[in-house]
Write a protein that binds this ligand. Structure first.
Ligand SMILES: [Zn+2]
Ligand SMILES: [Zn+2]
Length: 339
């Protein structure tokens, strides 16, 4: 349940981004920077661009690949593990081993780059690497779902400012994806149409639309729980992120550059989280219309939210779309202008 409270509505400038305290980290001591690769576990995939071709390489235990674009390695402090020793236990204190794989992807070699200015070409490499690694992770036995997410800025839970994302596998679908899959399945059975395709028909020319490209649309969702939250959907009904074509990857890169650029410009580079909602690639599970969700972290959830799952949103999705839409159109004009 969401309470949109217009009397509390604030201007974008009223949301002052807290200074992220990452000043102790510079390109000299940042473990995600080129030259410091030995401070991280060996990368299982390293993308290197050489003479206009992309090479997929891997670190060896004592040696690291240099001159990379993107690196993907096991998280040094994983939340799940392939050899978890937790024992199964019955309700009411039910427990089971947290089997899985937890990785970090460094999305740019540049320490001072941000998600608000990551170039389109770099996004293309990052999205292709995500596709590659998600496919690989789904080939593992204990993996039912691969979660891909970004924590950017200290308010969003990041420990490092150097732009990165994480993948974490689960032995079952996360509750939110399960819910989306159930809803879509039910609507497919009862109405012969995907619930999100119906939402897109309403949003694509509506007051909550932020931006559209050839293949994607970004909009501020109805009853959003976070101020300035927005979602990016493929316009066509697509369930598998792994089947997204190179052409669509290029287009999604433009959409991400423009919409995150707009978020940074309109709200002075706030902390935010981004989550991929993708279908499980395991045959037995129900599918969803895959998409991305972006949650700016600019208002703290308090007692009402935590205690009741009832949310006060001080910014209506229509005002969010107006602010982000006008900034995103400017970003898009610049991107198209220079490409
Ligand atoms: Zn760095
Ligand atoms: Zn759909």
């Amino acid at each position: 349940m969401v309470l949109i409270s217009p009397e509390r509505t604030k201007r974008p400038s009223d949301f002052v981004s807290k200074e992220n305290d990452f000043t102790h980290l510079t390109s000299t001591n940042c473990p995600f920077c080129p030259g410091n690769e030995l401070m991280t576990p060996a990368a299982e995939l390293v993308l290197v661009s050489k003479d206009d071709t992309l090479l997929k390489l891997a670190d060896s235990e004592n040696d690291r690949v240099e001159g990379w674009n993107v690196r993907f390695f096991p998280n040094k402090f994983p939340a799940v593990s392939p050899d978890s020793d937790v024992k199964y236990s019955d309700p009411p204190l039910q427990g089971e081993p947290a089997f899985g794989y937890h990785h970090v992807m460094i999305v740019t070699p540049h320490h001072n780059a941000t998600y608000f200015d990551l170039p389109v070409g770099q996004w293309v490499d990052v999205l292709a690497t995500i596709q590659d690694r998600v496919r690989w992770l789904y080939s593992k036995k204990t993996v039912s779902y691969v979660s891909v997410f970004v924590n950017s800025g200290s308010e969003a839970g990041a420990s490092f400012s150097h732009p990165h994302l994480q993948t974490l596998t689960l032995t079952r679908l996360p509750p939110l994806i399960q819910e989306e899959a159930e809803t879509m399945h039910q609507d497919m059975v009862e109405l012969s149409q995907c619930s999100m395709c119906r939402v897109l028909q309403l949003e694509i020319n509506g007051p909550r639309k932020i931006l559209q490209t050839d293949n994607f649309v970004a909009f501020a969702p109805w009853a959003s729980t976070s101020a300035y939250e927005f979602w990016i959907f493929p316009k066509r009904h697509e369930t598998s992120f792994l089947k997204v074509s190179q052409k669509e990857i290029n287009d999604l890169a433009i959409m991400l550059r423009a919409s995150l650029g707009a978020l940074g410009a309109a709200l002075s580079k706030p902390s935010f989280n981004l989550a991929f909602h993708i279908s499980s690639e395991k045959k037995t599970t129900k599918q969803i219309h895959w998409h991305l969700e972006v949650y700016p972290q600019i208002v703290k959830w308090a007692g009402l939210e935590k205690g009741n799952h009832v949310y006060i949103n001080q910014v209506s999705p229509e005002s969010a779309a107006e602010v982000l839409g006008s900034a995103a159109r400017k970003e898009l004009a610049q991107i198209i202008g220079i490409s």
